[in-house]
Design a protein around this ligand. Sequence first.
Ligand code: GLN
Length: 281
Amino acid sequence: MNIKTAISEGVNLLSNNLIKCPGLDSEILLAEVLNKKREFLILNLNEKIEEKNFRIYKDLIKQRSLGKPIAYLTKKKNFWNSEFKICEGVLIPRPDTEILIQETLKIFKNKESANILDIGVGSGCIILSILKEKPCFHGKGIDICTKSINLSTFNASKLGINNRVKFIKTDVDNFCFGKYDLIISNPPYIKSYEIKYLEKDVNCFEPRLALDGGLDGTLKILKIINKAHILLKVNGKLVLEIAYNQKNNVVDLLKKKGFYINKIIKDYAHNDRCIISTKIS
Ligand code: GLN
């Protein structure tokens, strides 16, 4: 068995199961098993693969053919400019969420120090990406899920910033500690009954807890806005990821709590994705 044949077997199985990018996925999985870069595979198509490695690869392809996301198979995902360890039970970081990092860095461009809170840390990708860019910032991350707290703690050490962040397992309602210059969150914002219509990869494999925003999708967002009103310093910023159709609803909720709306940013597909607001009183 050589690399070329292994990839084409992978492509066959994945395309028969209607997986969107069979070639790319097969290459990523084989590269992972061989502990090589994808470029190596392309340049060494005739190289032989050990039987043991081929079996491991076939097993990964089988799992991918059932819809399991690549990041759960490789146990890692690149986000902003770091590689994060990922595990099942924790949301996989999305490219659209990088918009929150980009905008936050713009707002805090000239600020030397800040205390930040990330609500619903998941893998820790948001708060850790910001802390890595801003070496004098520090903060806290909370999540209701133990797996997320453990994974974020691991990722903080991996990135060498564990001395500037503390992760706490708690519900947003029960957290009432500190005063922050920035509160940031990619909360669960999908309407409960719409989760079943998401892609199979998401619906069947990613944690419902990280997606489910209640009946109208804003249940958790409302809790975060209320808590941000208490925990933000005056002039502190709230940076929220939202669903493509939640802009008006969330703007109303923010205004009711006395927040000033600074900016609404669209994602790569031109959908409203991020709201930046300020606590003004
Ligand atoms: N903050 C994490 C992320 O954006 C987790 C978000 C969540 O679980 N809803 O990936």
